[in-house]
Design a protein around this ligand. Structure first.
Ligand code: ADP
Length: 540
């Protein structure tokens, strides 16, 4: 009697003196897919076995059962274990075309001979191609690495050529790698990583993503991969891992190249900027020195003119006086430029001194407006002063504020046509006191508004050239406003006018330094400052 493992007695069989192989085949042929093994060698194969595996009878017969099971069909099972198998575990066998089939294997043996029958029953719906019909086409394209491993044994069930190429030799051929465990075909480190990912997959039951992980294959350059591992379920059970890997090496190399190039560019830009900064410092030093040198003779000329004015007034003809006036005015213009350059280069070098006092900003502003009224009147420009505040004490550097307001006013007068108005308005803003100088002048084009506070931000148009200048005044104004922790901005409409807004912090100095609410209108400094600041505007 023979019996199949796990099914003892179900298939009774009597030898009765016939040649065993003939006997077996005569009984089983019609029923099963099987091979007959005598003395551990395959002696018979049925037709449906050929259909299932794609291997012809001649390829299997006369081979040891070990060779057929393990080498030809690539079943990962010990022949002895198979014979003892009681738990009906299924196995993966691989066809001649390396397609996987899931089968149950039953071994029937006889009590009195060395003849065994191996019976294969293909599990229903066992063909991966049917299950994964939606991704089958991906195995034919060879752009990315695609593989399917069994869960939890991690046996390679299917892979495309691109993927197999990356396995360790000799497994870099599909025929050698299919049916093998991940530990055989990949390095210990990578196989360990796959196992770890499998654990994660089992735990989360969700796809796992790996981004740009490095892979060091022996004798090869390091490569970088982004991988998606998708769980594939069969009747609710997690059975396969579908691994899709994209080689990102080139992309990463390109990105690195771009990053390197960007870094190099940045480095050279920084070096260039440093060089420029050094050059600017050098230029400032040069300007400071040269301005200082200019200032000495200018002061001598100025004092000489004053001396002429004081001591030789009666000796001078009206004509000589007229020429002296020209000399005086142009000396002031030159002094204004030299002072501005000197100040700005001092400030750039961090040598600015801010001497703040608690002062009445309303009074000071009005006083300055009053003192330049004569210049405005001469151009038939009406100059107004407005303030919603009667008095406002804040801490400012008086001399610096004078420079600021005088500069704004001289510009307003310069660029406003006859018969128009200029208004200076002092008001309270949150945290600040606002001083606005509004004119009805030629206005400033939008693109130029951005540069007028830069050094030499002269709006180089014929209109602005009506009144000569160097474009240094507003940059100095901005630096001075900033030095007092204030802000400045401009709003302007071409042909309609401009308004320059200065915001100074609404703060008093901690120490109560002499709170001066008065400004000496005869103060020489202010008169001198006006003469210089307004030297572009000719007084008759
Ligand atoms: P500068 O020191 O030569 O007077 P500024 O820095 O004071 O130069 O001004 C720069 C330029 O901004 C001027 O040349 C002029 O074109 C423009 N500008 C300044 N204020 C006004 C204004 N109120 N109206 C029109 N243009 C102005």
């Amino acid at each position: 009697m023979i019996h199949f493992n796990g099914n003892k007695g179900v298939y009774p069989f009597y030898s009765g003196g016939l040649l065993m192989t003939q006997l077996y085949s005569s009984i089983i042929t019609q029923c099963f897919t099987y091979i007959i093994v005598a003395n551990n060698f395959v002696v018979e194969v049925d037709h449906s076995f050929e259909n299932l595996t794609g291997f012809a009878k001649e390829e299997v017969c006369n081979k040891s059962v070990f060779t057929v099971i393990n080498k030809i069909l690539k079943i990962r099972a010990d022949v002895d274990t198979l014979e003892l198998n009681q738990d009906k575990k299924s196995y993966y066998l691989f066809t001649k075309d390396n397609e996987v089939r899931e089968v149950d294997i039953y071994v029937a043996d006889s009590d009195d001979s060395n003849v065994k029958v191996y019976r294969f029953i293909e599990r229903q719906n066992s063909q991966l191609e049917d299950k994964l019909i939606f991704i089958n086409h991906q195995f034919t394209e060879n752009i990315n690495c695609i593989s399917i491993f069994s869960v939890p044994d991690l046996i390679l069930l299917k892979a495309n050529e691109r993927c197999v190429d990356h396995f360790n030799a000799p497994y870099n051929k599909l025929d050698n790698s299919i049916g093998r465990s991940v530990y055989e075909i990949l390095s210990e480190q990578v196989a360990g990583r796959v196992e770890q990912l499998q654990r994660e997959l089992i735990r989360t039951q969700k796809p796992v993503y790996l981004k740009e992980y490095p892979l060091q294959e022996s004798d090869k350059k390091i490569t970088y991969w982004s991988t998606t591992i998708t769980p594939v379920f069969d009747k609710g059970e997690l059975k396969y891992m579908f691994i899709y890997s994209i080689d990102e090496t080139e992309l990463i190399a390109n990105n690195k190249l771009i990053t390197d190039q960007r870094e190099n560019l940045l480095k050279s830009q920084i070096e260039k900027n440093k060089l420029l900064e050094d050059l600017v410092v050098m230029k400032d030093e040069f300007l400071a020195t040269i301005s200082h040198e200019f200032k000495i003779p200018l002061n001598v000329i100025n004092s000489s003119i004053q001396a002429l004015d004081m001591f030789c007034k009666d000796e001078l003809s009206a004509r000589a006086k007229k020429y002296i006036k020209f000399i005086k005015q142009n000396t002031f213009r030159q002094l204004r430029l030299v002072n501005n350059i000197l100040d700005i280069s001092r400030i750039q070098a961090g040598k600015i001194n801010i001497n703040k006092k608690n002062l009445n900003i309303v009074f000071i502003s009005e006083s300055i407006v009053e003192s330049v009224r004569v210049y405005a009147q001469q151009k038939d420009i009406q100059i107004n002063f407005k303030s919603e505040l009667k008095q406002k004490i804040i801490s400012i550097d008086e001399a610096k504020f004078e420079r600021i307001l005088l500069n704004l006013l001289s510009n307003a007068i310069k660029f406003t046509p006859e018969g128009k108005e200029i208004t200076v308005d002092v008001s309270q803003k949150t945290g600040y006191v606002q001083i606005k100088v509004e004119d009805m002048g030629i206005g400033i084009p939008a693109d130029k508004q951005k540069v007028i506070f830069d050094r030499f931000g002269q709006v180089d148009s014929s209109l602005s050239r009506q009144a000569e200048g160097t474009g240094i005044g507003l940059s100095l104004v901005k630096v001075l406003v900033n030095a007092m922790n204030g802000k400045i901005y401009v709003k302007s409409t071409l042909g309609k006018g401009s308004s320059f807004v200065v915001l100074l912090p609404d703060k008093k100095a901690k120490e109560r330094i002499a709170e001066s609410t008065l400004i000496e209108l005869t103060d020489n400094r202010l008169i001198h400052a006006i003469e210089i600041e307004f030297s572009d505007i000719y007084l008759n």
